[in-house]
Design a protein around this ligand. Structure first.
Ligand code: 1GP
Length: 246
């Protein structure tokens, strides 16, 4: 398996108590990185990763998109795919997501079997990740597209049991996801309970719109926070969000 140092970097940061931030780039909404100044702002702010993906991507040129971002910066490109149609050798790593909060076998193991031979030959670092969808107060694209029922917002015990099971199955990271555009991000108390229960890196995203929420997620135990929508609307916000790291 390829080791590009992305996962070990995340683990070292976690042990050192240092926090990470990722900007989600949805190729459909970020059509022309070469033309935009958004990338420059993100580079200047020193963000840690670009996550690339979405529940549904219509953009035809994922490879070209990744190449155009790569030409502009060295920030690691991490695929965060909604399906196996969103794979490319042009990224650095892949979150190999198993949607462990749901009971849709395709997203637990089916798509993984289809993708595995391609990934075996790929130069991507594969980071197996337990993806946990949590109710964010609106019906999000990921909820609809995944055809799964999210963990209720206040059911921390279910989130903890799911996370423990994911860790015991050998998943290398866990991802608490309220869904892009969620009205409510994952609660601090759920992040705290899950973070106390497991030792693998904890990624949190969905509905996080400002530096206060980023800081609150970190204090609760998130190791890496992912922000999409808020930065699509206001790319300059990345400076403030990145400054919430410690
Ligand atoms: C990444 O889905 C999130 O985990 C992104 O959510 O677009 O609401 O920031 P937002």
């Amino acid at each position: 398996m390829v080791n590009s140092g992305i996962y070990s970097g995340l683990c070292s940061a976690k042990s050192a108590g240092s926090k990470r931030i990722a900007m989600l780039l949805d190729p459909d909404k970020f059509i022309s990185p070469l033309a935009g100044s958004e990338l420059d702002v993100a580079v200047e702010a020193g963000i840690d990763y670009f996550f690339i993906g979405g529940s549904l991507i219509a953009h035809p040129g994922l490879d070209a998109f990744l190449e155009s971002v790569r030409k502009r910066c060295d920030i690691p490109l991490v695929l965060f795919p909604g399906s196996f149609f969103q794979l490319s050798y042009k990224a650095d790593a892949l979150l190999f997501l198993s949607l462990i909060s749901g009971r849709n076998p395709e997203l637990l193991i089916g798509q993984h079997v289809i993708a595995a031979p391609f990934l075996k030959l790929s130069p991507l670092e594969i980071v197996s990740t337990g993806y946990m969808l949590v109710d964010g107060g609106v019906n999000t694209s990921v909820q609809y597209m995944s055809n799964t029922v999210p963990i209720p917002h206040n059911k921390n015990d279910i989130a903890v049991s799911t996370a423990l099971a994911g860790e015991m199955l050998g998943l290398k990271a866990l991802y608490l996801e309220a869904g892009s555009g969620a009205r409510n991000p994952v609660s601090e108390s759920m992040i705290a309970d899950v973070s106390r229960a497991v030792s693998v890196p904890l990624i949190v995203g969905g509905g996080i719109r400002n530096a206060e929420s980023v800081g609150a997620a970190y204090r609760a135990g998130a190791d890496l926070v992912v922000v999409g929508n808020a930065l699509e609307k206001n790319p300059g916000l990345i400076r403030e969000l990145a400054a919430a790291r410690y």
